[in-house]
Design a protein around this ligand. Sequence first.
Ligand SMILES: [Zn+2]
Length: 143
Amino acid sequence: MKADLVTRRFVRCPHGCAHEFRVEHLFERQTNTAGPWFCDECGRGWDWEVTPEGLEITESKTRLYFHKVLLELPPQKESVFFTLASSGQREPGDPDRLDGLRYLYDEHTCITNWLREVEEVKIGTNTDPHGLFRFVNVFEAES
Ligand SMILES: [Zn+2]
């Protein structure tokens, strides 16, 4: 099979970080400005303008300040259900599929590995349970 090679343009953070901003779509739009876009490493914001010469980048007046937030999941009266976007190597109908998934989620996998896969959180019929977690505190993070 022949691979379909695609070339896309990226710009590294002008501050010298390894973060790369994907800019290909800027050349395909009707408007020629964008931003601010924030660097995941230094938090600096950058404004973008497509010019006949290429791209003009200026530092924004706004930036991100990284922190960690501690949330608490207090004891619940009802079960909380999480629907995940998951995948596996066992095909539907495989008699070992359910036991494999049960072992994976009940014992093996760290919760932090599957939290990013959550598509829905449900308590009873409430699929948007605001206030499920309580804010406890914020801690400054290194940028
Ligand atoms: Zn940066």
